[in-house]
Write a protein that binds this ligand. Structure first.
Ligand code: PHB
Length: 393
């Protein structure tokens, strides 16, 4: 009787003191991504990153259990994206939203965040302007301006004086086109033609013909990673442009590791710039790759969306820690402004003003490792790169 009273008393005083151990609660995190359809592997990589983070860091924060609720958004579809986010917030009562592969899907969610008192941590969508559309967005992936930026100078220094740009005609493509043109022209080069393709383009031979006819000796390209990038790089090789000596420049979306076995020898020597290579040599990456491969089930399937998700979970865990499980989106976001840590990709920081990730960008080359497996081998580092696409920093 007395013992019982004491236990009850301890529980009540723990509760009054705001202790979290007295009553465990559950914090729900809603993750939106392409888990089916042509981009399913990208969504699978989100899930692998989330699971790897939780396997290595535990499934609770300060006594709050974390529950992940996944929602499938197979293709860019703003209306469906908005509906899924609404359902997660209103019906599932998630305190955090995360994921989002395509820019238009992110743009459809950000207007909801303030009223929902919910932060959105973007694991992929890479158009610079997304972070400007709500103060409750934090991004742990990259922008295409950030990953493309070094390539203009590199192309010029490799002897390319005239280049053609070919991009998917939507946010990240337009940003990439602008970033390449700016850096290439600043170095002294000339963009002779700029082609924007509809997002759903699958036949790239007419495009390759335009590249050939343009008189350019260098091609810069961006497409969203998945079946379109695999098709594009294959077409570049199969239409003979590679043999004709046209130099190819692209961010690493075009040589994601999961595509390398299918590209095979044709990809060898392709130079891309990116924030993450599965082959990045560091203890943090080794630990990450081991856990993520376990989660995804096959080493050949691991690709960059997993690291965006892994670091995204790190940010969400820090937010939960700072708010002690209470729903306060502004406080949660403020807590990660300026946060820095060592990611599997290298040193990173959430820029306090823009809430976008500052990171190294690496020049890489597709090469065989000691086991004969194709990898993105890092050959040069551009340290501490902010997003050049954001004017406010
Ligand atoms: C985007 O829609 O923002 C996006 C998608 C895939 C990428 C990069 C950017 O590889």
């Amino acid at each position: 009787m007395i013992a019982g009273k004491r236990i009850l008393g301890a529980a009540v005083s723990a509760m009054l003191m705001g202790s979290v151990s007295a009553y465990a609660d559950t914090i729900k995190v809603g993750i939106i991504g392409p888990f089916s359809g042509p981009f399913a592997l990208q969504g699978k990589n989100f899930q692998a990153g989330v699971e790897a983070y939780m396997a290595l860091n535990g499934k609770s924060v300060k006594g709050h259990d974390i529950e992940i609720i996944y929602r499938d958004l197979p293709a860019a579809n703003p209306a469906q994206s908005r509906a899924l986010a609404q359902e997660l917030v209103v019906k599932e009562k998630v305190q955090y939203l995360g994921g989002v592969y395509f820019t238009p899907d992110a743009m459809a969610i950000t207007p909801l965040l303030s009223q929902a008192n919910t932060p959105l941590v973007i694991f992929n969508a890479a158009t610079s302007a997304i972070v400007n559309t709500s103060p409750l967005v934090v991004r742990t992936s990259f922008t295409t301006a950030q990953t493309t930026n070094p390539l203009g100078k590199i192309a010029f220094n490799e002897g390319v004086k005239k280049a053609i740009t070919v991009v998917s005609d939507y946010g990240p493509g337009v940003d990439a086109e602008n970033a390449f043109r700016k850096a290439f022209e600043a170095a002294g080069g000339q963009v002779v033609e700029a082609v924007r393709m509809p997002m759903n383009t699958t036949d790239f031979s007419p495009i390759m013909q335009r590249v050939r006819d343009s008189g350019a000796t260098g091609l810069f390209a961006f497409l969203p990673s998945g079946p379109p990038t695999l098709g594009f790089v294959k077409a570049f090789n199969e239409t003979g442009l590679k043999k004709a000596g046209i130099k190819f420049y692209a961010p690493g979306d075009l040589t994601q590791e999961s595509d390398l076995p299918a590209l095979g020898e044709a990809a060898e020597g392709l130079k891309t710039s990116f924030h993450y290579s599965v082959a990045h040599d560091s203890p943090e990456n080794k630990k990450f790759v081991e856990a993520a491969v376990k989660a995804i089930g096959s080493a050949d399937q691991l690709s960059f969306p997993a690291v965006g998700a892994y670091d995204g979970m790190h940010v969400i865990y820090k937010m939960i820690e700072a708010t002690d499980g209470k729903q306060d989106a502004k406080k949660a976001v403020d807590a990660v402004r300026g946060l820095s840590w060592t990611s599997p990709r290298g040193p990173v920081r959430i820029e306090p003003e823009t809430r976008h990730i500052t990171q190294n960008i690496y020049l890489r080359e597709v090469a065989k490792d000691a086991d004969g497996k194709y990898i993105n081998k890092e050959i040069q580092t551009f340290p501490d790169q902010k997003d050049p696409g954001l004017a406010t920093q």
